[in-house]
Design a protein around this ligand. Structure first.
Ligand code: PXG
Length: 477
């Protein structure tokens, strides 16, 4: 399949139209008025955005009629795939019955209550309460407010500092971007805000190999960086540690098995709250309801968003473990925090329908026992490709690192953005895959079948071949 770059089409008016407008027309209006997230506005305006018009299952269609296999589930969120009727029905019914009411004025709505009840049932046993927001970023702002409030209520108000990791991602608000460890984000806006410090990530390929450590020993070493930081700051000043069980936006960094149990031990030892940011790893992505269950930690708080509604409508929140919840309930008085849309009835109704469908289809077990191991096997085969260095997968998240020399794992020269070249081929061949640094990553919808995983694997292989041909032609090898 070939994709026309509509920005270069000579006679776009003769091409297909969507809602009466040509692709060129949609692109012009987009460039004139829509500032896209994480985008170089000028470069996109010159190129023209791809206009995505429809979705069904794991596939998308653009305004030119091309079918695209969405191996990123939208943006790590469309876990049940596109076009699921139970979610559409739940939203429609709720929009008709009660599209909005707030939860501030001593009021509640049935969908918010039902979803809170369901989340308590599906999450690890220490979670009986939830605070709702509308996105992962907002939820992490709630985390910062809540852990500091907890320590104030507990008579230790000096416990303010939150420790997180470089190359972690926790959102784009002031607190979210500060918790995140993306230097490019910190540079824009004077971040991080006070009281947030970072340690290195548990990325063996990046940090452990050079130290000459086995993966297991490196996991312990990476956890030790947390202990060192707690001791440096003084445990009496540390409120919490936050991390993603598997770093998503950072490039699907799967930690060693030794990492999270040791992090748990350290948090326990110093009384530090543990926050598991499960915006990506929640609701089945790792083959477990929550990534913390896969990796053996017992967090005090869990951040969630994305997969709770499969992205059909915005919803996020914080699962609050009983240690924190009981302190806030029994001793906290009013918690001066909340959003207009905390517990939004339409979003919560879709959440209930979505999690019900995940359960009904047995998607968590399917990822754990069937499609997750199947993806791992496909990735093991891709490792034979000459461009591929490290391969990692966990449930339905996968990453391959592109290298110049497979024998030595030598990376490409910094000026060669090899992953972006590969991503370009994916784009042109009807596959959506993300490029992060030198890594190519996937996180397909949890409804993907074995046959569709084969189709995805074949497309990835074709795009790797095309990238290799480019590298040979351009003399990058
Ligand atoms: N925490 C984690 C772990 C995330 O992955 C957020 C918080 C923030 O969620 P909201 O809903 O505020 O975006 C995220 C979001 C990417 C990419 O390029 C990843 C995310 C968002 C946008 C892009 O991989 N993750």
């Amino acid at each position: 399949m070939t994709v026309t770059n509509a920005a270069t089409a000579t006679d776009a008016s003769a091409g297909p139209t969507f809602r009466g407008r040509s692709t060129r027309d949609w692109q012009a209006a987009d460039a004139a008025h829509f500032l896209h997230p994480f985008t170089d506005f000028k470069a996109l305006a010159a190129r023209g955005a791809r206009i995505v018009t429809r979705g069904e299952g794991i596939y998308l269609w653009d305004s030119e009629g091309h079918r695209i296999l969405d191996a990123m589930s939208g943006l790590w969120c469309v876990n049940v795939g596109y076009g699921q009727q139970p979610l559409i029905d739940a939203a429609t019914r709720q929009l008709q019955e009660l599209p909005f009411y707030n939860a501030f004025f001593q009021t509640s709505t049935p969908p918010a209550i039902e979803l809170a009840e369901l989340l308590a049932e599906l999450s690890p046993p220490q979670f009986q309460h939830v605070f709702f927001a509308s996105s992962g970023s907002e939820s992490n702002d709630t985390v910062v407010r809540m852990v500091r409030r907890y320590w104030a209520v507990m008579g230790q108000p000096q416990r303010q500092v939150i420790i997180s990791r470089w190359n972690g991602y926790h959102g784009s608000t002031m607190a979210g971007a500060s918790l995140g460890g993306m230097p490019g984000m910190h540079e824009q806006g004077g971040l991080p805000i006070p009281g947030i410090v970072h340690i290195d990530q548990p990325h063996w390929w990046e940090h452990g190999r050079a130290l000459g450590l086995s993966r297991e020993d490196f996991g312990l070493q990476a956890a030790k960086w947390l202990e060192d930081k707690i001791l440096e700051i003084g445990a009496e000043n540390v409120a919490a540690f936050i991390g993603e069980p598997v770093q998503g936006a950072g490039g699907v960094i799967v930690p060693s098995e030794t990492y999270w149990p040791e992090v748990q031990r350290i948090c326990d030892r110093y009384g530090v709250l543990l926050v598991s940011d499960e915006v990506i790893t929640g609701f089945g992505r790792t083959g477990h309801w929550f990534g913390c269950e896969r990796f053996g930690s017992r967090p005090d708080l869990i951040t969630f968003a994305k997969g709770v509604t499969s992205g059909y409508v915005p919803l996020g929140g914080v699962l609050v473990g009983e240690r924190v919840a009981q302190a806030l309930i029994e001793r906290g008085g009013e918690f001066a925090h909340g959003y207009t849309y905390s517990g939004h009835p339409v979003a919560c109704a879709v959440g209930v329908a979505n999690l019900g469908l995940v359960r009904q289809l047995g998607l968590v077990e399917r990822v754990r026992d069937d499609t997750g191991p199947y993806l791992a096997a496909i990735y093991r085969r891709l490792q034979e490709h000459p461009l591929v260095g490290e391969v990692q997968s966990c449930g339905l998240m996968g990453a391959l690192t592109l290298v110049k020399d497979q024998a030595t794992n030598e990376p490409f020269a910094p000026e060669v953005d090899i992953a972006m070249v590969c991503r370009g081929h994916c784009f042109a061949n009807g596959l959506i895959m993300r490029a992060v640094g030198q890594r190519m990553i996937v996180a397909p919808p949890l409804v993907i079948t074995r046959a569709q995983l084969d189709e995805m694997g074949a497309l990835i292989l074709r795009c790797l071949d095309l990238t290799l041909a480019d590298a040979r032609r351009e003399g990058w090898l």
